[in-house]
Design a protein around this ligand. Structure first.
Ligand SMILES: [Fe+2]
Length: 200
């Protein structure tokens, strides 16, 4: 007998020294973050071109290094990978991020820089339509999954995968939860029967 694994979805996790992650958060946040009025109900985000800034070179290189490992593990063939956008998110209590996908990208991910106790977890949603019609008990976790946020942890997933940031598990956070988000694209030719797109 052979069990074939079909349509696997890989959630990748790289690990960086939490001290390095915290240093990035403390030293590289722009002025508009420092001046932010945290009574605002909207999460704060920086501009999304941080990968072009010299001070973020270390983070950019680490993300690409991990993306290459992820692509290799996933069996994706490509010429090279590059970051299309990279930005910092800060979320305080009562600030969520609704379920969404990242269009025009291969991989998306998040690197947790500062995660005070009770920080919002990442929710990723089962992409297999109809699997909720019966939910037998299983040894491995199935269905929608919450991934706890730990400083230093770098998560990566296919950009089509629906995800969100859910509410916190404590009434008050000591300080905002800070993460570095990014999108990654590949350079290669993608052939199909109906269309051809060259990403060069
Ligand atoms: Fe996202």
């Amino acid at each position: 007998m052979t069990a074939h694994i079909l349509w696997p979805t890989f959630l990748w996790e790289g690990q960086e020294d939490p001290t390095i992650a915290l240093t990035l958060a403390q030293e590289l946040l722009p002025d508009d973050y420092v001046l932010r009025d945290w009574s605002d109900v909207r999460p704060w985000s920086s501009d999304d071109l941080l990968h072009h800034r010299e001070e973020w070179t270390y983070a950019r290189d680490r993300i690409l290094e991990e993306a290459v490992r992820y692509a290799e593990y996933s069996g994706i063939l490509y010429q090279n990978l590059y970051i299309t956008s990279m930005w910092v998110n800060a979320q305080y209590q009562r600030q969520n991020h609704a379920a969404h996908r990242h269009p025009n990208s291969l991989f998306s991910g998040i690197w947790y820089l500062d995660t005070p106790p009770g920080s919002q977890c990442l929710m990723i949603y089962d992409p297999r339509a109809g699997t909720d019609v019966i939910k037998p008990r299983t040894r491995e976790q199935q269905g929608n999954i919450g991934v706890a946020a730990h400083a230093g942890s770098m998560l990566m997933w296919p950009s089509w995968l629906l995800h969100s940031t859910q509410s916190i598990t404590v009434n008050e956070l000591e300080r905002p939860r800070i993460s570095l988000a990014f999108n990654i694209m590949l350079r290669d030719s993608i052939d199909d029967h109906s269309a051809r797109i060259d990403y060069l």
